[in-house]
Write a protein that binds this ligand. Sequence first.
Ligand code: NI
Length: 184
Amino acid sequence: MILSILKFPNNRLRTKATAVKSVNNTIKTLVKDMFETMYTSDGIGLAATQVNQHLQVIVMDVPDSSEDYKLILENRKTKNSESLTRKHPLCFINPTITRKAENKIHTEGCLSVPGYYAEIERFNHITVEALDENGKLFTLEAHNFLAVCIQHELDHLKGVLFVDYLSKFKQRRLKEKYRKISSV
Ligand code: NI
């Protein structure tokens, strides 16, 4: 089932997600629906917060190369071509970052802030611990874009958006712009 995605500046995006107590069938269905929603929207990551489910659940499928990422973004805009086949579905339940190193600036976007991209500084190398969609604990070491994506999605679970790292002035302008869009 395709779920509807909350859009900035909706206040429900500010809700803090609670930990999943057990990876039961309800959670498994949520994970399945979140993957479907993410792929349909040509996204590379989606947090449960964005679909108004305030549980610590993230799905992700980050492309191998920046060329593949460009194709996904292009498809998001035009919807003319077939979606790129994805290879790395990842699910993180109750994720925590246990190690972080190196700062780097990457360009980020978000399905909750459609059409907006900004340069954000994050850790470029992290270790994350989480449960997978079967409730099994795993540890993942991530670099570059995958590391960025994990930090971006983890922020969603805390009610934080990538635009919160922008200057107050830019945030205000963006809020006005998106308020107008959502009221049309
Ligand atoms: Ni996002």
